[in-house]
Design a binder for this molecule. Structure first.
Ligand code: HAM
Length: 444
C-alpha cells in the first residue's frame, strides 16, 4: 500500500510537470537548449581555457557564418554520411541558394581559406573556433540538435606528421586544463588515395561473402562507402567485422611512416593513446590520421578529428591537395564529463561589496558612486529598487559580501558613508572622497 501511494504520487507529479509543459505556449525547439545563468560559469571556464590553449599554440580565432551552401557539406562531408543523408537542417529561403545550418565546420573553414586568399599568410595557418552547430538527431545525453564545438585546424604548408601530433596535443591539454581525468586518444590511419583503394577492394571482397548477413544499411553502403561498414553498431555486423581486414596492414610505405611518426610524437609527449583499427569516423574527407578522444565514466567521445588533405579538391576549389589536419571537441560533452567526474563548479566572480542606499538623494548618488568603484576595478552589487535598510542588508548577507556601504540621507548631507564589516557587524563612517581607498584597504 505505501508503495502504491508513493508510485501514485510520483505519477501525479510527473503528470503535473507534463501538463505544465504542455500549457506553455512556446518551448525551445526539440534538442536545443537555453544556457541559463546558473550554467554560465561552466561555459565561461570552457571559453577561457579554449582561448588560452589556442593562444599558446598560436591558433587564430575564426568565425564563419552559421549558414553555408548545402553543397559544401554534400561534396565535403560526404553525400553518403549520416550527417548529410539524415541530419542536415535546410533553410527555406526566397533566393535560389540552397542553404543549410552548418552541421560541422571543416568544409566551411576550407571555403573561407580559399575565398579570402589565406594561403598568402604565413603557412601553415592555424585556426580555431567556438560556435554552434546543428544536426537533426534523436536527442539524448551528449547528442543534441544544437551543440557547440571548439575546433582547431592547421591548413597549408606541409603534410608533416608533427601537425597531426600538435592538433591532438592541443585537444589533450585543453581537456587536461578542465580537470577531466583518464583521457585516452583512439587513433588509426586511413592511408592515402593509393593504399586505401586497395584496402577498399579487400574490404568489399570480405563483406560480399556476408552480404546476406549484414544489415540493410551496410548492404547499401558496401559498394559506395565500404569503410563505413566498420562503423556499424549492429551486433551481427560487429561480429562479422571482428575478422575483417584492417587498414594498417595495407598502408603504403609513405603512409606507414607518417603514422609511425605521429605515434612517436605522442609517445614523446606522454599523450596516452590506443590503436583502433576500426576507427574510420563518419565523415568522407579524412586521409591518414584519424582519432577520437574518450574519457573515463563518459560513454561518448569528447571530440575527434584527423587529416583531410583532399578536402580542397573534393570541394572543387583546389586542383592539388591542400595539406590540412584538424579536430573538434563537443562543448556540452566536455561540461557533462566534468560534472560526471566530479570536477568542482567553476567559481563565479563574486562581489565583495554591497551598496545600500536609503532615500532619494542617496539613490541618486549611488549610480555615480558605483562608477567610481568601476574605475578602481572593484565590483559592487546593489539593489537600487529597494528602499529599506533591513531588506538590503539581508540581501548583502545572502550574497556573502565582505562589506556593506550604507548611504543614507544624513551621509549624503555630510558627504560621508558608513562601511559595515558584514562578519563582525562593526561600522565606521568615512569621508565619501576616501571611500574607494578605504574599501581597498579592507577587502581581501
Ligand atoms: P564529429 O566527430 O562529427 O567531427 O564531431 C566532433 C565532436 O562534436 C564530437 O566528438 C562531439 O563531441 C560533438 N558532437 C557532434 N555531434 C554532436 C551532437 N549532436 N550533440 C552534441 N555534440 C556533438 C566533426 O565535426 C569534424 N568537423 C571534426 C574535424 C575538424 N575534423 C577535422 N577538423
Amino acid at each position: 500500500m505505501p508503495k502504491f501511494s508513493k508510485n501514485k504520487k510520483g505519477k501525479e507529479k510527473k503528470n503535473s510537470v507534463r501538463e505544465k509543459k504542455e500549457n506553455l505556449l512556446f518551448q525551445s525547439p526539440k534538442g536545443m537548449h537555453d544556457i541559463l545563468p546558473s550554467e554560465q560559469p561552466w561555459w565561461d571556464k570552457l571559453r577561457k581555457v579554449s582561448q588560452e590553449v589556442a593562444n599558446f599554440y598560436n591558433f587564430w580565432r575564426i568565425d564563419t557564418p552559421i549558414l553555408e551552401s548545402a553543397e559544401i557539406f554534400e561534396r565535403g562531408t560526404g553525400i553518403t554520411t549520416d550527417i548529410v543523408e539524415k541530419q542536415m537542417f535546410f533553410l527555406k529561403s526566397k533566393g535560389k541558394d540552397r542553404l543549410a545550418l552548418r552541421p560541422e565546420n571543416t568544409p566551411g573553414i576550407i571555403r573561407a581559406y580559399i575565398q579570402h586568399g589565406l594561403s598568402r599568410l604565413s603557412q601553415p595557418l592555424k585556426l580555431y573556433y567556438f560556435g554552434p552547430f546543428f544536426r537533426y538527431e534523436q536527442p539524448q545525453a551528449g547528442r543534441y540538435r544544437q551543440f557547440y564545438q571548439i575546433g582547431f585546424e592547421i591548413l597549408g604548408g606541409e603534410d608533416d606528421s608533427i601537425y597531426d601530433a600538435q592538433i591532438i596535443l592541443a585537444n589533450y591539454r585543453l581537456i587536461e586544463e578542465l580537470k577531466i581525468k583518464n583521457v585516452v586518444v583512439q587513433i588509426n590511419s586511413l592511408g592515402c588515395k593509393n593504399c586505401r583503394t586497395i584496402y577498399r577492394r579487400k574490404l568489399q571482397d570480405y563483406y560480399r561473402k556476408f552480404s546476406n548477413k549484414i544489415c540493410k544499411d551496410c548492404r547499401r553502403r558496401l559498394s559506395v562507402n565500404p569503410l563505413r561498414l566498420l562503423d556499424c553498431k549492429n551486433e551481427k555486423c560487429r561480429e562479422i567485422r571482428s575478422r575483417a581486414p584492417i587498414m594498417l596492414d595495407y598502408l603504403c610505405q609513405a603512409c606507414r611512416s607518417h603514422f609511425r611518426s605521429v605515434l612517436e610524437y605522442l609517445d614523446d609527449l606522454n599523450v596516452p593513446y590506443t590503436l583502433d583499427s576500426y576507427l574510420v569516423r563518419g565523415l568522407d574527407y579524412y586521409n591518414r590520421t584519424v582519432f577520437e578522444i574518450l574519457a573515463e565514466k563518459y560513454d561518448v567521445s569528447l571530440g575527434g578529428g584527423g587529416r583531410y588533405d583532399y578536402l580542397g579538391e573534393m570541394l572543387g576549389v583546389r586542383r592539388t591537395s591542400l595539406p590540412a589536419v584538424g579536430s573538434s571537441l563537443g562543448a556540452e560533452r566536455l561540461i557533462e564529463a566534468m560534472k560526471i567526474q566530479g570536477v568542482s563548479e567553476p567559481t563565479k566572480i563574486t562581489a565583495k561589496v554591497f551598496l545600500v542606499q536609503i532615500g532619494k538623494p542617496a539613490k541618486k548618488m549611488a549610480l555615480c558612486l558605483i562608477e567610481a568603484f568601476r574605475s578602481a576595478g572593484i565590483k559592487v552589487i546593489e539593489s537600487l529598487g529597494k528602499d529599506s535598510l533591513k531588506s538590503q542588508l539581508k540581501l548583502a548577507d545572502k550574497e556573502g559580501v565582505e562589506l556593506a556601504l550604507i548611504l543614507g540621507q544624513r551621509e549624503v548631507f555630510e558627504e560621508s558613508i558608513i562601511i559595515r564589516d558584514m562578519k563582525s557587524g562593526a561600522q565606521e563612517t568615512v569621508p565619501m572622497s576616501k571611500v574607494v581607498e578605504e574599501v581597498k584597504k579592507r577587502i581581501h
